[in-house]
Design a protein around this ligand. Sequence first.
Ligand SMILES: NC(=O)C1=CN([C@@H]2O[C@H](COP(=O)(O)OP(=O)(O)OC[C@H]3O[C@@H](n4cnc5c(N)ncnc54)[C@H](O)[C@@H]3O)[C@@H](O)[C@H]2O)C=CC1
Ligand SMILES: N[C@@H](CC=O)C(=O)O
Length: 361
Amino acid sequence: MSAVVALRRTRQPAPQPARLALLGTGGVGSAFVARYARLRANGTALPEVAWICNARTQVAGTDDLSAALTQARAAPRRHGGFPPWAEGESPRPGDIVVDATASETVADWHPEWLARGIHVVTANKLGTGGDLGRAQAIADAARQAGSRYGDSATVGAGLPLLRSLRALGEGGDRIHSIEGVLSGSLAWLFGQFDGSRPFSALLREAQASGYTEPDPRIDLSGEDVRRKLLILSRAAGFAVSGHEVVVESLMPAGPAAADAADVDVGWETLDALLAARHAAAVAAGRRLCFVGRFDADAGSQVGLRALPAGHPLCAGRGTDNRVVIHSDRYRDRPLVIQGPGAGTEVTAAALLDDVLSIAHR
Ligand SMILES: NC(=O)C1=CN([C@@H]2O[C@H](COP(=O)(O)OP(=O)(O)OC[C@H]3O[C@@H](n4cnc5c(N)ncnc54)[C@H](O)[C@@H]3O)[C@@H](O)[C@H]2O)C=CC1
Ligand SMILES: N[C@@H](CC=O)C(=O)O
């Protein structure tokens, strides 16, 4: 006769629903809130936004997210001290932090959150495109804690670049090279620049359209492309350090040395410089393209190139990124991925795609 032993069950607390914390209420953060509200209104199940934060304040999420966003954006400047979100209630395991800042401080928190079981979704490239140690700490923390790192907004504003590289690696392919136009703002600028309007005027337009970094020097110095190339090559399995990427900067000395607040002051110094490069390229039947290249054997470079007008890298339009990947299976004919690679709306959409993929897993 068998005995059925009733085991007394220890009562498990009901799992708490995941919440969202949005850090950053600039162009991308605001577009995130607008898209979030649209998706919710259409019936998409999304975690509640518990906090909206920026460098100045933290506002509790309410049903009226647009009002919470307005309140956060209107908060007065603050000087020194911990960021407001670091002083309040912490997210708990299972929550999702969305990083729509360009902040080193916030990027430094990525490994810490992941280690605590908090998922991170980011447009901020500094987490995996900056210091190699931090990028490795992010990967280790996510693996050990089982938390997720949504990074599709960091390169190509959500184009299927990182996921394609990872799929190739998982399928046993070694990546040979990754080359392309990786800056949406510079693609747009060099596509528009025909000598009829000063480069500085176009730059201000790109800035107003939300294509550039908060500090456009990050684009013009090639730093943004260096970060993206590092993110891509690291995702392809190569432990590349920033100093291994040879970068040609477009920055003239004046704006390079200016305070961030005065950064608009010297853009006119770019005009003559780039007009001369443009005229020389046109005279040779070429087009200016700002290109990043990672080669598994020959290293990495970033810089402005004058390419034959029919060159495959010149085929994009507007803010298009165009990336050419060679791997074991794509040895002779590469995989080519092209599409809009900058802009607050596509970037916010990429962030929400990552949130949805984590929330609905
Ligand atoms: N604009 C685009 O096309 C794309 C942008 N990105 C990335 O998105 C991020 C945001 O870009 P934007 O919205 O244009 O910048 P933005 O300058 O308009 O906004 C940045 C926000 O971050 C906040 N912030 C700064 N330090 C903070 C801190 N310590 N704690 C909390 N909040 C802090 C600021 O208060 C501000 O609200 C950047 O990392 C950028 O590289 C990524 C892909 C495409
Ligand atoms: N400033 C960046 C924005 C997206 O990453 C770019 O120009 O591509």
